[in-house]
Design a protein around this ligand. Sequence first.
Ligand code: KG4
Ligand code: ZN
Length: 372
Amino acid sequence: MKILAIETSCDDTAVAVLEITRGRFKILSNIISSQVKLHAKYGGVYPMLAKREHQRNLPIVLNKALRRAGFVNIKYQKGTSSFYETANTKKGPNIDLIAVTVGPGLEPCLWVGVNFANELAKKLNLPIIPINHVEAHLVANFVRSNFQFPISNFQKIFPAIGLVVSGGHTQLILMKNFGEYKILGETRDDAAGECFDKTARILGLGYPGGPAIAAEAARHKPKAISYKPSLPRPMIYHKNYDFSFSGLKTAVLYKVKGEGLKAKDKKYIQAMCWEIQQAIIDVLIYKTLKAANDFKVKSIILGGGVAANKELRKQFAEKIKKEIPDSLFLIPDSKFCTDNAVMIAAAAYLHFLEKKPKAKKEMKAEANLEIG
Ligand code: KG4
Ligand code: ZN
């Protein structure tokens, strides 16, 4: 079967076509149009600007995804009665299902994808499966060519602790089974990705801040400077599973202001980036492992843009191997950590397998949709 998926929850316009044959995923196309450059000058995402860009880009991205997936001569044409134009026929592509992110995310952005999916589904007479963006970030773990479980057996990883760390979310989720979730804790203020983005802005680095801070941190040589910026690890030893990253951002702001000219020094910025990254990693690892021990789960699974961070991936793997070697550690390929539509299609397939929720004819955007 073939699934066409649409993702517009934040600042990436993404469409993918996923084929599933004999329990294996094959990515036929994965097109992402990033708005990073547009938002870079503001240091964050402006919802109404992002919405306009999605409206402009979605037809182009869809057509590219269809072409890449082998549906040649098929085109989306807005406002015409023949939705698809093929060389000889008026038939649409042989897609079985449409999947779309309905939430959580920026409401105006979500509606662009949802309206588009509704229109497509009507024209092609196809069912739509609504997808939760946070769940999809975790499902991204199942999209790899050499996945060790057949998809039909994916339930074997449960119960699991899921950690979603992105620009909009930092959530620790107890995954009892697929579709059976309980949020154990989440950030009380800024998400981990947001903290990377905001501190990068304070240091005059680019947007998105995560990759910029990671790159500077990698250049840091501990012996290169005599002073060492130190930062708090907010809420690390609190008994709950909640997070808070805005205090970390404020600490960076005060330190940088207090240092005056020193804060403009290349080596200082590298050391500060290393410390920011390490403070975030320390908190995420400590809390996730605590949850995994407390709930005696079989697996720890990560997702979201921050999970692309190389140091975080390395340190998580090392710590789990040392402290809970019997548990399985899953982390998506880096390219599937950040927003994409392949994870949306994969989540739709798992829902289709499990028959929950039922496919519908029309969707609504739900900006505050919760997992669980
Ligand atoms: O999942 P995502 O693409 O979008 C949301 O759902 O929010 O995550 C984007 C976030 C941004 O805050 C970005 O700075 C962060 O992920 N990010 C990283 C890295 N790559 C992206 N953070 C740390 N290290 C990275 N390598
Ligand atoms: Zn995301």
